[in-house]
Design a protein around this ligand. Sequence first.
Ligand code: G6P
Length: 615
Amino acid sequence: MCGIIGAVSERNVLAILLEGLKRLEYRGYDSAGVALIVADGKIKRKRALGKVQVLVDKTTQDKNLKGITGIAHTRWATHGEPSENNAHPHLSGSGKIAIVHNGIIENFMQLKTELIAQGVQFQSQTDTEVIVHLLEKSWDKNKDFITNVHAVIKKLKGAYGLAVMHVDFPHSLVAVRSGSPIVIGYGIGENFISSDTLSLLPVTNRFAFLDEGDMVLIEQGKIEIYDHSGVSKQLEIKELDQIQDAASKGRYKHYMQKEIFEQPQVIANTFSNCISFDNEIIVDKFGIESNLLFSQVEHVKIVACGTSFHAGLVAKYWIEEYAKVSVDIEIASEFRYRNSVVTKNSLFITVSQSGETADTLAALRQAKTCGYLKTLAICNMPNSSMVREADLVFMTQAGIEMGVASTKAFTTQLVAFILFAVALGKAKQTLTKTKEQEILKALKKVPEIIKKVLSLDKEIEQLSYNFVEKQHALFLGRGMQYPVALEGALKLKEISYIHAEAYPAGELKHGPLALVDKEMPIIAVAPNDALLEKLESNLQEVQARGGELYVFADHAISQSLQIDSKHTFVIDSIPEVLAPIVFTIPLQLFSYHVAVQKGTDVDQPRNLAKSVTVE
Ligand code: G6P
């Protein structure tokens, strides 16, 4: 994780770097730092433990912290506790070189031992610090900046997005990409590098994306790019047309709240180009000739992490139901380290909000070498590594998601998957035209249904009042609602720090029922579907043992269960197929309100980061 940014300009770059860090904070927020080449030609550094704002407050007290070349970093600790000492930038012993790093240097211990034997003194516990000492040791005055950096990175194993500054080159920066993303921002009389485009949107909308192994040298009016072997290359410059101001919360208290309320719109944006006027799927939205490809698919493998994994779990129900194609789904960090069997004519799908999650990206790269028919990425970030590397791409249209806990990205992934299931079913002729039209017509109504659910926000807030003191919670669902329950439990854990587990309700008797007493709240996701009666029996079993029920249901169940109305949330009946999308919303709001009342950091919960670019 971690976010890095660098700038070379005609003006003081401090404000640019600090604003960039605020926008990169979703990648890590336990400490931050900045280094500039200041008026006397030396490097001046400021670091702070805690959020970027602490660093901002500290830098404003130092009127001499000004420079036209600088680098900065926001950290998610891997090696070494969060502390000012472990915060980046790291400096070489002479203070002439500064670096910021996103990633992990796997062979750092061996390198550190060698450097210590040569008399180098380390200032931090980080893996990163070895790089700056290696640079100093091997720096050759006759070589240019790029050649010096190139010589050192050959010794590194692991993942790195790196930016280097040297006082002998006061108008230049060098950045390298190996495993962690680096984007170049093209300005006027100034140029930038960063971990993402969002951090640079206040200063430019023209970007190029380094490929694996690439290095770049940036100066005020010059950019030179080299591949891993040092050969000069060109990259396409992309102009981002929609400069979205995701960095503003508008009238909302938190990004997460804003993003929950954006769902009607972003869901509509995700399906609108994919459904024809007469409610038929436009299969080509998954890529040219995907109709032909899909007709050959005999198995689907889905690989993802976190919330995106939960979207894949729901997808299994839809794909097997409508396309009659078997699906298996696996956590990316598990998939990449075992020898799995590739079934004939399998389509490999990665799902990812960021398109940069290290394990999911590694899984995609692995899949490309082991005999899958094709790879498809369902992703929310255009120009991300996964989008560039997968054979086929489907873009969700969630817009930039700032809250670390994913909300709108998840529901738009569900929309992508229902569209995919229909497209696959159509290509394989397992879905009748009538059924296809029925599903897609229902999908078009989802934004309005969600608006109604959102209008009950106050009711859900009330429901959450009883919950604040709880230490544990059990989420239950059956069928497609089981992954929804998993996602509900994850949201509660992430932002309110309440321990939560999810179970398929039928498994209750096989263990979790032992946990049920009056201290254990049970949250049930209970739409009126084919498994409702069975779920009701499970809930009766809970009530009989004194468990406290919180039920998210539609009218059918609310009448048959004798539940305290203070603990029920009832919405209008909806088509069964779409229940996972709709029932996710009240669970998001519920977790949100519990967290607000607990006073946690809703948008940046402790120890987490939005984009997990280390394994
Ligand atoms: C992190 C985020 C989650 C996200 C997961 C996978 O853990 O906090 O919200 O679901 O990574 O991220 P991806 O970008 O691949 O969907």
